[in-house]
Structures are given as C-alpha cells and as structure tokens.
Design a protein around this ligand. Sequence first.
Ligand SMILES: Nc1nc2c(ncn2[C@@H]2O[C@H](COP(=O)(O)OP(=O)(O)O)[C@@H](O)[C@H]2O)c(=O)[nH]1
Ligand SMILES: [Mg+2]
Length: 175
Amino acid sequence: MRVHVCGEGGVGKTTFVLTLVKSLGSVMPVAARIGVRTERPYAVEVSLGPVRVRLYDYPGQAEFREVVSTNLAKELVAGGHALFIGDCTRPDTITSLEHWAKLFEGVDVGRYMVINKVDVCEPDVGLIADVSSRIGARYLGAYTFLREPEHAVRILRSLVHVAEIENVGMTGGRA
Ligand SMILES: Nc1nc2c(ncn2[C@@H]2O[C@H](COP(=O)(O)OP(=O)(O)O)[C@@H](O)[C@H]2O)c(=O)[nH]1
Ligand SMILES: [Mg+2]
C-alpha cells in the first residue's frame, strides 16, 4: 500500500519517514522522480509484518504548488492513503491541511490526520476536530516523532489496521 505524507514544510514529515526507516529497518529507497524539477517527493518502502508500505515524503509549500500545477499528484494518489500532518506549535499548518486535501478530491484514498510536536505544545482539540471533519480525515492522535520514535510506528500500524478494516484505498493491493 501507498501512504502519501502531506503537510507544510517543517511539520515533521521527513522526521516521520526517516524514523520509520530507522525503526523498521532493511529498507530499499525507491527512486520516485515524478517529472518536476527535483527528484522530490521521494519514496521509501518499509515492511510492517506482511504489509509493504511505500511512503511518499512530499516537499514543502513552494514545490507543492508546482506539483499541483503540473497535476502529477493525481497520478500518484490513486488507490493510496493520505496522511495529513499538522504541527501544534503552528496552528496555521493545521488549517492549511485543507489545501493539501484538495489534491485528493475525487480520488479513492483513505484519509488520516495526526498532530506532531506534543513535546512542546498542547494541541487545540477544537481546531483539530474542525479541520479533520472538513477534510474527511480520521484523526489518529497527537504525537512527537522526534522524542518518541515509537510513535511513528504506532501511527503506521493504526493506519494499516484501519485501512484493512475499511478496505478504502486498497485498490493498489499490498505492494
Ligand atoms: N520539538 C519537536 N520538533 C520536531 C518534532 N518532529 C520534528 N521536529 C523538528 O521539526 C523540524 C522540521 O522537521 P522535518 O521532518 O524536516 O519537517 P518536514 O519539512 O515536514 O519534512 C526539524 O528541526 C525537526 O527536528 C517533534 O516531535 N518535536
Ligand atoms: Mg521534509
């Protein structure tokens, strides 16, 4: 299955992906040129039990607009899962997840949302409830990828578990 890691620059997307790579080990980096001017977003693959998960780490805001304008994101998202990450130190990164969600409009993807950096801030539960319902994402909780590397694995487990139960976004199979 494929997981598209979305969110503004600095929220912790790369920390999340690299933590998973470190925790789950033996991972082959996967080249993922999508035709825009850099090689990003890049993808890595991790194994969680029998499930192989390919994670796409998307670049921050500036490059993100270019990805949208070239419409390549849609090619990448069919049948995958979108993990929206907000940073509780910057509430604007939570509201702006609505822009990211637009990328996935009309596409069969599972939608999940997490908040990062609870080591340094208190998440605004009202804002989180509001945004997650507006973007149709299941809220999986607030974490700190940097201080508690196990949190990243926990999130991925939850995501895989829910995805298998709901059978959403699994059209691409398990690869
Ligand atoms: N305090 C704190 N900082 C974090 C956490 N996760 C990531 N960071 C820091 O936030 C910054 C941006 O992280 P990065 O993974 O590069 O974000 P990206 O731009 O979304 O890929 C880095 O300095 C990280 O060390 C966290 O859980 N708590
Ligand atoms: Mg990054």
